[in-house]
Write a protein that binds this ligand. Structure first.
Ligand SMILES: *Cc1c(COP(=O)(O)O)cnc(C)c1O
Length: 403
């Protein structure tokens, strides 16, 4: 019987044996690895024997991190990067060539959208961005030919859900590779490779590391394609630092516990907010009212720790509310043990004008809420007292208790 995710989170990449019988993966701060025998050195350098030569290529601590993620995603191979954006950009540049076409969605992570709009076109790579929740439109764009279908689900910051299995099938019909950014869902909640994706990637900075103290990225998939992406990274040089790899490895040992709690707390908080008179809309795939709740139920085993909600009173209300939260960092991050909040206007969509955000369906009164592992009773109390203050500013809400 294959070990379950909780066991893989703890033991993946940790099987040793390590230096001096250490039970923990050593942090190997060595840039290069020395050999007494020149023939042994040659064998390792040519990849004929296992071992390390130079840490821009491979490093034992970094390799343990890659192995842990590989196990959790159920992939044949994995390679890592200095950040999530390095993973995304290296993967796209390794897969694509001038004249190729990528199909993706409008709600990708901000940095990824900039790659699509500003960088790939400079290399004569054609990019088509479809409405995220219009699966027919995505299928039609894919059917007219592409090399890569790039997806993200759930999306940032409005938690749209994309039907991964359905769209992977459409992509494979035209011989395209399917790449999925699984950062928001984590391998605990969603396994894109089982749903038909060819490659799954992460900003390990978020839920995988979970402690907001290390940047990293990783991509998993078949050995041949990962070999090509690895080769691109070894030459372009966005290697993961061994110290960051250790922090990510250590964080991942509790991934299943954290994510289980975050799923549970986020669902409770989403339901609480959905009933609150000062909240006009809650975006969370776990709510039955989410437009693709059925797809989320099919492809996810938990709905994740991130939600977003809209308050009455526009950006002024956001400005009044956020400083009142006791148990939340106001910061541009997510997936940490601490709750983190922020408006898209200062986080994911800072580079857009209010009009552009409106055109993307991102209201100015939206708050992204990344649930930490605090006691959910305290998080709800905290929201309650902060929202009550907001309602005080709007007596008509207090008067009848309704919107
Ligand atoms: C943060 C994030 C990224 C970028 O990751 P970095 O580690 O900050 O480079 C990519 N995709 C998603 C969904 C993210 O949330």
């Amino acid at each position: 019987m294959d070990p379950k995710p909780g066991t893989l989170a703890v033991w993946g990449g940790e099987q040793g044996p390590f230096w001096e019988q250490a039970t923990q993966v050593p942090v190997v701060h060595s840039v290069s690895f020395g050999y007494l025998d020149v023939d042994d050195w040659l064998d390792v350098a040519k990849g004929q024997e296992p071992g390390h030569i130079y840490s821009r290529n491979t490093n034992p601590t970094v390799q343990a991190f890659e192995e842990k993620v590989r196990c959790l995603e159920g992939a044949e191979a994995a390679t890592s990067f200095a950040s999530g954006m390095a993973a995304i950009s290296n993967t796209l540049f390794a897969l694509l060539a001038p004249g190729d076409r990528v199909v993706s969605v409008k709600d990708c992570y901000g940095g990824t959208s900039q790659l699509f709009l500003d960088f790939l076109p400079k290399f004569q790579i054609d990019v088509t961005l479809c409405e995220t929740d219009d699966f027919e439109a995505i299928e039609a764009a894919v059917a007219s030919g592409c090399q890569v279908l790039y997806l993200e689900s759930p999306t940032n910051p409005t938690l749209k859900v994309v039907d991964l299995a359905r769209l992977a099938e459409a992509a494979h019909a035209v011989g395209a590779q399917v790449v999925v950014d699984n950062t928001f869902a984590t391998p605990i909640n969603q396994q894109p490779l089982d749903l038909g994706a060819d490659l799954v990637l992460h900003s390990a900075t978020k839920f995988l590391g979970g402690h907001a103290d290390a940047l990293g990225g990783v991509v998993c998939g078949g050995a041949e394609v990962i070999g090509r992406i690895y080769h691109f990274r070894e030459i372009t040089g966005a290697a993961l630092d061994p110290n960051a790899a250790y922090l990510l490895l250590r964080g991942m040992k509790t991934l299943h516990l954290r994510v289980r709690q975050q799923n549970e707390s986020a669902l409770r908080i989403a339901r609480y907010l959905d009933d609150h008179p000062a909240v006009t809309h809650v975006f969370y795939p776990g709510l039955e009212t989410h437009p693709h709740h059925d797809v989320a139920r099919r492809q996810m085993s938990g709905f994740g720790g991130v939600l977003s909600f809209q308050v009455q009173g526009g950006f002024e209300a956001v400005r009044a509310l956020l400083p009142r939260l006791r148990f939340a960092h106001r910061a541009a991050n997510l997936g940490a043990v601490e709750t983190v909040v922020g408006p898209p206007a200062t986080t994911s969509h800072v580079e857009c004008s209010p009009e552009e955000r409106a055109a993307m369906g991102i209201p100015e009164s939206l708050i992204r809420y990344s649930t930490g592992i605090e006691d959910p009773d305290d998080l709800i109390d905290d929201l309650e007292q902060a929202l009550a203050h907001l309602a005080v500013l709007q007596p008509q809400i207090n008067a009848d208790g309704h919107r």
